[in-house]
Design a protein around this ligand. Structure first.
Ligand code: BJW
Length: 239
């Protein structure tokens, strides 16, 4: 399987094709960032609707901020792993490369990836719910008061029921519409709209390689799935 995936990747690199990568929490797991679902996932201890919805936030901003401050302090200690670094190397070799990440941890940029779109925002961004101003602010624990207008601040992430940033989603669809090879790495492929990105790439005629520790909904005919750790498989794939 890995030989076939390697052949697809090498052919795309040689022909100057557009490589689009979608990553999820699994790519940062080997850096020590908890995933959402599964045995060690965050949702085993916290109910998503109590923490990752706008309703939950406005009902109890203190508890939601405490959860985000805890995650911010944890992620601040994490560094990119071999999988993040392999994608930096791939971007350098590819004629055209777009990285779409559902992750809010900022580890792709920290590793050196350039053309990255954070479709679920960033845990390091803070947005005022009153004046709408958004800043990158790594202060810890973070204040819930906007420095500009005194309004309530919130994490700059996308919660359930919220629309993704229009420009970011537009860039994602544009990349997928010209994609020749797509790598989907470390996502349970359950959360929309990202869960449908592979189908968009397939519909346009691209090849799709799915890399995951476990089976996910993308393990199906027409998609080449490699089961294993991203930090081991990606460096092997890139030779
Ligand atoms: C490894 C590994 C290793 C582990 N190596 N692999 C259509 C149908 C049904 C529902 C919907 C729909 N459209 C919208 C919805 C609703 C909803 C949704 O999708 N719900 C589903 C759960 C059913 N979607 C939304 O609400 C989205 N908004 C939207 O579509 O808006 C439309 C709209 C338009 C106009 C107006 C208003 C609305 C927004 C979704 C936002 C998701 N937000 C979160 C939280 C972000 C903030 C934060 O971090 O706190 O994003 S939820 C959470 O899930 C987070 C993640 O980015 C996202 C995806 O999770 P991911 O990355 O896949 O992680 P896991 O943990 O699930 O999986 C990890 C995987 O890694 C596993 O498979 C492991 O096996 C693997 N793995 N170690 C390789 N070493």
């Amino acid at each position: 399987m890995i030989a076939k995936a390697k052949h697809l990747l090498d052919s795309c690199l040689e022909s100057g094709g557009h490589i689009v990568v979608l990553t999820g929490a699994g790519i940062s797991a080997e850096s020590g960032v908890p995933t959402f679902r599964g045995e060690q996932g965050l949702w085993r201890n916290y109910r998503p609707e109590e923490l990752a919805t706008p309703q939950a936030f406005f009902r109890d901003p203190k508890t939601v901020w405490e959860w985000y401050n805890w995650r911010r302090s944890l992620i601040a200690e994490c560094v990119p792993n071999a999988a993040h670094h392999a994608l930096v190397a791939l971007e350098k070799r590819a004629a055209k490369f777009t990285l779409l990440t559902q992750n809010v941890d900022g580890l792709h940029a920290l590793a050196g990836s350039q053309n990255v779109y954070e479709v679920h925002g960033s845990i390091w961004k803070v947005r005022c719910t009153n004046c709408g101003s958004e800043v990158v602010d790594r202060a810890q624990p973070h204040s819930t008061v906007c420095a500009g207008c005194g309004g309530l601040t919130r994490p700059g992430v996308v919660w359930f029921g919220e629309a993704l940033d229009e420009a970011v989603l537009g860039a994602a669809f544009e990349a997928l519409s010209s994609c020749d090879l797509m790598l989907v790495i470390g996502t349970s492929a359950l959360v929309q709209p990202s869960a449908s990105f592979a189908d968009i790439a397939l519909a346009r005629g691209a090849s799709v390689i799915n890399i995951n520790l476990e089976e996910n909904p993308l393990v199906r005919p027409g998609i080449l799935s490699l089961l294993g750790k991203a930090g081991e498989l990606l460096p092997r794939l890139l030779g």
